[in-house]
Ligand binder design. Structure first.
Ligand code: NAX
Ligand code: ADP
Length: 302
């Protein structure tokens, strides 16, 4: 039977682990690296980066493929943005990122492929794979093999977040088939990739080789706008980065992020911000409010 995403109380138990001790420093909140943002899609990487920042990562570094946009962002000078290059792609290990995310606006260029290969072969660190990085895996048996090898060597440390279009490409089928039986689709995606998988869309599903599928009942059609998935990627990366020192694994971090993302959109709709015109930028700020309110309430009740 399909389980609901851990009820509020269980997600709250997980969120509580993010509570900060008085002497914590940015090292405890983790170093995040996000890669993407090719020409015309720099915004996707910026949204993922901002979400990562608002959800609490200690450092958020972006490697941007579009060289016109690869510079400090005056609205968010906290983001450490550098230009993506073959040289940087092959030296990613030097950055010592705690968690990596690849895909938002990545495109499918040779440089994009070099980054994907580099990230898939990086030891240890949790990795979130989204958007065009999923498309690159769907179109190459070799990438799929690298993903499986990574999962054999470092189990539970890779997550894929396909929307139904990307899921259809991975499973070599069409969107209608995915949507007709989403449960079967996520089970096949887990089997194919041996990864944690978040199958997005109405009633997002999350499953892994060790967890049967959970369904997220929250969320609404106000979320059907470009960039909404990019902020989920940034949120998973941020929570997983904090999770390194706060005892949350990638599965737990993903459950928190999926829940917060959908709940934030629902709360905004209740306030009249959406469904029409709800933006990812507003949603990430609401996600930040929810996480801080929940921590405050949990602390008050102890
Ligand atoms: N601000 C930006 O720069 C943005 C850039 N983006 C980037 O644009 C690239 C292309 O990604 P897109 O996802 O926009 O386009 P795609 O062409 O990859 O996927 C869109 C298609 O997937 C299917 N689909 C998606 N969600 C569905 C759902 N819930 N139910 C049923 N079918 C669904 C539909 O067939 C839809 O037409 C990616 O690299 C992405 O990161 C997007 O993230 C949007 C924002
Ligand atoms: N009708 C809906 N009900 C619930 N959630 C939705 C709905 N439409 C979209 N979403 C959510 O919004 C997000 C959209 O992600 P995605 O399609 O990857 O966007 P993008 O690539 O533009 O950033 C996903 O988390 C998805 O679950």
């Amino acid at each position: 039977m399909l389980k609901a995403l851990p009820e509020n109380i269980e997600v709250n138990d997980l969120i509580q682990r993010l509570d900060r001790g008085p002497a914590e420093h940015k090292g405890n909140a983790g170093k995040a690296l996000l890669v993407g943002g090719d020409t015309g899609m720099a915004g996707a990487l910026l949204l993922a980066g901002q979400s990562c920042l608002y959800l609490g990562a200690g450092w958020t570094m972006l490697q941007m493929l579009d060289h016109h946009s690869a510079h400090a962002n005056s609205n968010h000078p906290e983001l450490m943005i550098s230009q993506a290059s073959i040289k940087s792609a092959t030296k990613l290990q030097d950055l010592k990122a705690d968690v990596l995310g690849i895909g938002p606006g990545l495109g499918q260029s040779e440089l994009a492929q070099t980054y994907l290969t580099s990230i898939l072969t990086l030891p240890n660190a949790p990795v979130v794979i989204d958007a065009d990085a999923i498309n690159l895996i769907a179109s190459s048996e070799n990438n799929l093999l690298l993903l499986k090898i990574r999962n054999q060597r470092f189990p539970h440390r890779t997550i894929l977040t396909p929307h139904p279009g990307e899921a259809a490409k991975l499973l070599k089928t069409d969107v209608a088939t995915i949507q007709k039986n989403r449960l079967q689709a996520i089970n096949r995606l887990v089997e194919l990739t041996q990864s944690i998988v978040v199958l997005k869309g109405q009633h997002t599903l999350i499953a892994s080789p060790d967890h049967s599928p959970f369904v997220c009942q929250a969320g609404n059609p106000g979320m059907a706008t470009g960039g909404m998935g990019d902020i989920l990627t940034g949120c998973i990366v941020a929570i997983a980065a904090q999770g390194i020192h706060h005892h949350l694994d990638l599965w737990e971090s993903s459950c928190i992020a999926v829940h917060l993302h959908a709940l934030a959109a629902d709360q905004l709709v209740k306030k009249g911000v959406g469904p029409i015109g709800l933006t990812p930028s507003e949603t990430m700020i609401e996600m930040r409010s929810i996480i801080n309110q929940q921590l405050k309430q949990l602390n008050a009740s102890h």
